[in-house]
Design a protein. Structure first.
Length: 742
């Protein structure tokens, strides 16, 4: 039997204390059957605890596992950017609004370091004169993130102020500002700045640039602190009145205990365990002893280091003082000139901040500038989190939120700090957050945009009628598309229309179903206009398809079932952005239509005596009095003269429920009052109207009726135009007599 224990005894937690007490109380028990001391196993002790105190070991284990990783899951600062408008035109004003989260500060106490990068202003050293003029804001011949920050800070601080009106030979205002690490409201609070590793969730304290630590482990191995286990030989345990004795041996099993530190003299040390080089830090292999380490810092441990990301004028530090230890906070005339602010106005931007506070970005959650094609913008927000540090003071972690939360941690290491009498391991990183700013640039067209356009299509009238005759009197179908989330409005949206025809509402092409795209064919028939173009949100189709017209390789009549067919209008919309991004969307509408070869025929009505009263009637035979039937122009707009009475008739076969209108008003015809050709008690297929208007007036007669077979409504129209009477002399035989033009 053996007991395993750590070589360096340490009691951690009340559970382990209880276990130790239980084991100790069991050791002096008589040997009994085995003739030696009775030493209970850890499993039996935990089982007894579980039964005694109703503690479920599985639940405790689950809580412990979550506690082990909870430190890496604390919410760290984030920021979301929204742009208005979401896709600005070149030279248009665009506003970027930052929404920070997980800071303990109010929004007005945070520092917003905005930066903007124009096309051609990539990071580069020793640039030419043209690039200097465009991008080099601090005149050092190099393009760095400082130039991007200066560009944005000048816009914020000036707010349109014209430098030509300023006299920079003197500075009479008092507009200096003293920034505090972690936000404007942090007074007399220790400064400890951190960066979060988004992969592991671990927070690393930023340390001074001089702290460089390396451990001399073989390739493929890691420097860690490992604590070994030993075992007690139960046969050597002896409890007597004079004391106790036992022997132990090394098991060769080790466990991770922490991260080693390195002194200025190159000596590795551990708070718990020993410095080792291992292949798998999470395994039980003890590895090899860590031979040596290197610490380039002049002190035994790296020093915590906080640095603002503010843009700086040449030879000056923004809001950080000009002298030793940050003394003498000034904002002189040369700085006023560099930033383009008013030397006689402490608040050039008129936003309630001093000029230098605006350059530091105090409370500046919005940034507005004149957008140039290809511009990218970013922001780094400094503030204090709600995460406490390990230091024995009131400090909480100071951090930065970046637009894309993309900042890989480099220069990782650790050092030990004595806190409340204990040696505490501190994770550290030697890096500059400025190096991450380029990775967090955002194109304004990326902000707050839906991936697709939301398109809807409607079409009128509800049940159009196609005129299959030569009269071309079919309905005009209007399909209207709208886009609810277009950035630039319908006028700047590209529309591409498609028209399909089918004999079934599902637009299937199986079995007896036939469906085809007929956009080009309808255009060839002059029934459909342009189908692609900017602002083409409306499409018009004249319903004058004839039975013999070819559509999609088939005769038009093949798309009809009982005179019924279906049309589908599909609108595809797209908008292109200057950054190359394209957003698209589409929608469609299906409508049922009725096709008929019936038409309204027009006649000169004849007067008849019915008893003692005059009535009108259609000519007999009908063909003798038909008018406007010999030329297509006359069929479209029948020419009539004032004081005529016009008779109207349609073939009634297959139709019922007739209703006539003229210029939108009801046109009634009764058998008793107008003509014996009219219906007895309701409208029928015959009607009459007197031409009482003046020359140039137009009458539009419409007839609606129900198709007996399908129940659908059929609508037919006919137009009449009042003209002055004319006479034409024609020859009966043009071979012997013809007109002579004088």
């Amino acid at each position: 039997m053996r007991i395993l224990f750590r070589k360096k005894n340490k009691i951690v937690g009340s559970a382990f204390l209880a276990l130790q007490l239980l084991v100790s109380s069991a050791l002096p028990a008589s040997a009994g059957l085995f003739g030696g001391p009775k030493i209970p196993t850890a499993a039996s002790v935990l089982s007894a605890v579980e039964q005694r105190y109703h503690l479920d070991v599985g639940s405790i284990q689950n809580q412990g596992e979550m506690l082990n990783v909870a430190d890496g899951k604390k919410p760290t600062p984030e920021v979301t950017l929204f742009f208005s408008p979401s896709d600005p035109r070149p030279l248009e004003k665009v506003t970027a609004k930052a929404f920070p989260m997980y800071f303990s500060n109010n929004e007005t106490d945070l520092y917003y370091t905005w930066y903007v990068k124009h096309v051609g202003c990539d990071l580069k050293n020793n640039v030419n004169a043209a690039t200097q003029d465009l991008c080099d804001r601090d005149s050092d011949n190099d393009i760095t993130v400082e130039d991007w920050k200066i560009e944005a800070a000048r816009i914020l601080a000036q707010d349109g102020f014209d430098q030509a009106d300023a006299d920079y030979s003197q500075d009479s205002d008092n507009d200096a500002y003293h920034a505090r690490s972690g936000g404007d409201n942090k007074v007399n609070t220790p400064d400890h700045c951190f960066i979060n590793d988004s992969v592991s969730g671990k927070n690393y304290e930023l340390v001074s640039a001089g702290a460089t630590i390396s451990f001399t482990c073989p390739a493929g191995q890691t420097a860690v602190c490992m604590e070994g286990e030993g075992q007690v030989d139960a046969n050597t345990v002896d409890f007597t009145s004079s004391g106790s004795a036992f022997s132990f041996s090394d098991t060769g099993v080790c466990h991770l205990a922490g991260t080693p530190a390195c002194s200025a003299g190159g000596v590795a040390s551990c708070n718990t365990g020993s410095p080792r080089c291992v292949t798998n830090p999470n395994g039980t292999d003890c590895g090899n002893a860590l031979a040596a380490c290197t610490n380039s810092n002049v002190v035994a441990a790296p020093q915590p280091f906080c640095q603002h990301l503010f843009p700086n004028a040449t030879g000056h530090k923004t809001a950080q003082g000009e002298g030793a230890n940050g003394a003498a906070f000034t904002f002189g005339a040369d700085e006023e000139e560099f930033w383009g602010t008013n030397p006689t106005d402490p608040d050039t931007a008129d936003n309630g901040n001093k000029d230098e506070a605006n350059i530091a970005g105090l409370g500046q959650s919005s940034f507005t500038w004149n957008y140039a094609s290809g511009d990218q913008v970013g922001v780094a927000i400094e503030g204090t989190t709600m995460i406490p540090t390990k230091y024995g003071d009131s400090s909480a972690m100071i951090m930065w939120a970046l637009a894309k939360n993309d900042c890989p941690v480099t220069g990782k290491g650790s050092f030990f700090k004595t806190v409340k009498g204990y040696s505490v391991a501190m994770d550290m990183a030697k890096m500059d957050i400025n190096d991450c700013l380029e990775r967090n640039l955002v194109d304004p067209t990326e902000g707050g945009q839906a991936k697709n356009l939301e398109v809807s299509v409607v079409a009128t009238p509800d049940n159009p009628t196609n005129d299959a005759t030569e009269d071309a009197a079919g309905d005009m179908v209007v399909a209207q598309a709208s886009v609810s989330n277009a950035s630039r409005g319908t006028n700047d949206t590209l529309f591409d229309w498609e028209v399909m025809i089918s004999n079934n509402a599902q637009f299937s092409n199986s079995g007896r179903n036939v469906t085809a795209v007929v956009t080009a064919d309808l255009q060839d028939l002059k029934l459909l206009g342009n189908t692609k173009g900017l602002a083409l949100g409306t499409l018009r189709l004249k319903m004058d398809m004839k039975s013999s017209d070819l559509l999609g390789g088939r005769l038009f009549r093949n798309y009809l079932t009982g005179g019924i067919g279906y049309l589908k209008f599909t609108a595809r919309a797209s908008e292109n952005f200057s950054s190359g991004i394209v957003r698209k969307g589409k929608s469609d509408v299906i409508m049922q239509f009725t096709s008929t070869d019936k038409k309204i025929s027009a006649y000169k009505a004849a007067a008849r005596l019915a008893g003692t009263e005059m009535r009108v009637g259609l000519p007999n035979p009908l063909a003798s009095g038909i008018i406007c039937n010999d030329r297509s122009l006359y069929r479209v707009a029948c020419r009539v003269t004032k004081n005529e009475i016009i008779g109207l008739r349609i073939d009634p076969a297959g139709l019922s429920s007739f209703r006539w209108t003229i210029n939108g008003a009801a046109l009634a015809c009764t058998k008793a009052g107008v003509s014996s050709d009219c219906g007895e008690t309701e409208q029928n297929h015959v009607n009459f109207f007197p031409v009482s208007g003046d020359v140039g007036d137009t009458y539009t007669v419409a007839l609606t009726a129900s198709d007996i077979l399908t129940g659908n409504t059929v609508t037919l129209t006919r137009s009449f135009h009042i003209v002055a009477p004319t006479m034409i002399i024609v020859s009966d035989d043009s071979a012997t007599a013809w007109p002579k033009y004088l």
